[in-house]
Design a protein around this ligand. Structure first.
Ligand SMILES: Nc1ncnc2c1ncn2[C@@H]1O[C@H](COP(=O)(O)OP(=O)(O)OP(=O)(O)O)[C@@H](O)[C@H]1O
Length: 259
């Protein structure tokens, strides 16, 4: 779908922010990029989204892309729904009105869809930013720190939207500061450090359940240990949501989830 080959980036005469990056984004991948402030996550995501050009190397592939920047520019006088409908029409969408309304309703935009964007709080402006990225059901969804500024209810909706995007065979690349949070939603987590990408350490989630019954080792579970009426599962990055919903369906109760 998209391949970064030897990608490097430097701003002016400064030290390179990215150097010699190799990255393959295949259909259905949910990639979380973690790293400290200033490590270059936004720079990498802008290159993946095609709005910034690398200073070295190349990007192969031309998927349709939805991009949510880390700060959504919220200066327009347009209403949230008016803005999304305008964008959709520019992109030639036929079902834009229903799609825009559905996204804003799911994200529970404060003030409703008619709220002028420039009157919105940071978190509510982020919701409009998320809705515009998802509007045309892109093949590649690029989200820069999507959890920041969103309230807990919107966190759940964001997790659903990421999972739905993966289920329809599209890919997601997001940045995040916290490795456990990235691991809970991504199928792969990479750490960006000193201009290079490498697998992030750990990220396994320990799920403790109460209830009778066994749990056969499955692709979703790395280790199973029974201790009295407690069942402890070690789950790889990105699979904890699926394991928790299976556990509840099978009649277990969740005692704790450790990241
Ligand atoms: N347009 C720009 N011009 C010059 N330098 C830039 C520009 N954008 C980013 N940088 C520099 O590149 C480096 C990486 O910045 P970037 O925003 O990509 O990091 P980040 O990992 O997303 O940071 P944060 O976690 O704080 O959002 C920083 O040193 C930053 O100052």
């Amino acid at each position: 779908m998209l391949r970064l080959v030897g990608v490097g980036k430097r701003y002016g005469r400064g030290k390179p922010v990215l150097s010699g990056l190799e990255l393959e984004i295949e259909p259905g991948l949910v990639l979380g990029v973690v790293g400290t402030n200033g490590s270059g996550k936004s720079t990498l995501l802008r290159i993946v989204a095609g709005i910034s050009r690398p200073s070295a190397g190349k990007v192969d592939g031309r998927p349709t892309i939805g991009y949510m920047p880390d700060r959504f520019p919220a200066a327009t006088r347009m209403s949230a729904i008016g803005y999304l409908e305008h964008l959709g029409r520019v992109r030639g969408m036929s079902n834009v009105d229903s799609r825009a309304g559905e996204l804003l309703e799911r994200l529970a935009l404060a003030g409703g869809p008619a709220a002028p964007i420039r009157s919105l709080s940071k978190g509510n402006a982020q919701k409009v930013g998320l809705a515009q990225a998802l509007l045309a059901e892109p093949e590649l969804l690029v989200l820069d720190e999507p959890w920041s500024g969103l309230d807990p209810a919107a966190h759940g909706v964001l997790a659903e939207l990421i999972a739905e995007t993966r289920e329809r065979g599209a890919s997601v690349v997001f940045s995040e500061h916290r490795t456990p949070r990235a691991s809970a939603h991504a199928s792969r987590v990479l750490l960006l450090s000193e201009g290079k990408l490498r697998p992030a350490d750990g990220g396994h989630v320990r799920v403790v359940l109460r209830g009778a019954g066994d749990w056969n080792a499955e692709p979703d579970v790395l280790k199973v240990r029974r201790d009295g009426d407690l069942l402890e599962l070690v789950v790889p990055p990105g699979r904890s949501d699926a394991v928790l919903s299976t556990a509840l369906r099978r009649g277990f109760s969740v005692v704790r989830v450790e990241t």
